[in-house]
Design a protein around this ligand. Sequence first.
Ligand SMILES: Cc1cc2nc3c(=O)[nH]c(=O)nc-3n(C[C@H](O)[C@H](O)[C@H](O)COP(=O)(O)OP(=O)(O)OC[C@H]3O[C@@H](n4cnc5c(N)ncnc54)[C@H](O)[C@@H]3O)c2cc1C
Length: 339
Amino acid sequence: MLKVEANFQLGSLNTLKLECVAECYAHVSTTGELQEALSEARQRSANINVLGGGSNLILNRYLPGMTIHMGLQGRELLEESADDVVVRFQAGEEWHETVLWANNEGYFGLENLALIPGSVGAAPVQNIGAYGVEIAQLIECVHVVDSRNGDIRGLTAAECCFSYRNSLFKTSEGRHLIISAVDLRLSKRPVVNTSYPALREAVPKDAATPSDVLAAVVAVRQSKLPDPSIEANVGSFFKNPIVDRMTAEHLKGDYPDMPQYPVDANTVKLSAAWMIDQLGWRGVEEFGVSVSEKHALVIINKSARYASEVIEFTNKINSSVSEKYSVLLDREPELVGSG
Ligand SMILES: Cc1cc2nc3c(=O)[nH]c(=O)nc-3n(C[C@H](O)[C@H](O)[C@H](O)COP(=O)(O)OP(=O)(O)OC[C@H]3O[C@@H](n4cnc5c(N)ncnc54)[C@H](O)[C@@H]3O)c2cc1C
């Protein structure tokens, strides 16, 4: 039977290690328990928060409503042909374990997304991406439960409206959809994507295998990113801003060294890390929060107890970027709760 706990501490369930109390908390291990938690929330007219690994959340002191901790486990081979397979992964499966399992089975395509913390269910929410690959490219179907009425349905990749670190699930039209499982189409033929320069340098020049790429991604990430189990963080704190071409050209005129990456004919992606670095923020610490020495996009919680301290510090970074470059940085992790 479902156990619902009141005033539940979430401090150990978020990688930024912020103190937060959930009004109601339920860990769900089956679809039945998920339905039960949703129906209980509806009876109480409580809003719903979904928690996976807590690696992309900034939790305020108090989280009203029902917090559902996703624990659905399991994998199932749905289809197999000479070229590929479709595998269903339940939402509570750990993401990096999923990448390792698929590679070990000879199902390829996930290697570039190795070592991203968190759960399978959260992966489509921000369309996780790294080293030239986004999960959107591999999605066959995202299974969801509608929190308003418990209805179950499957969404195609097109229906999920994926874009850079974004999807339907982050919008007002998709917020009520809880992901229970994700079907991925994976290749049985070795797939090697070394388009990302740091990766190209790290894998053997000839005959690189998917396992070489996986090992290289793990090594590059371990050298560049702080481990959240040692230094509390949520990975990239800001998204790389996307600006129109004219703005990009003006900036290039003023700052010839500024890295720029064309997205399409009209827009260009800028490097948030480069701007933060240029402004001398790397290593700076205030309010018990600092910019990582390893990576200027990563904010480390050294001793702050509450989200307000993280927000105060990162607002200062954003203001200084905006003053110098006239570019506003969007936060990547979601700020939830109150206080
Ligand atoms: C060191 C580090 C490195 C990282 N590197 C990357 C990277 O390279 N690329 C990248 O894209 N991200 C990266 N991240 C961010 C993060 O790991 C991913 O966004 C991950 O998918 C979050 O998973 P989670 O289970 O921890 O989600 P949570 O933090 O628990 O939740 C994130 C959001 O998804 C929602 N959510 C969670 N589960 C579900 C569900 N089943 N149904 C509906 N909504 C749900 C939550 O309500 C919340 O809004 C990194 C984070 C860290 C700490």
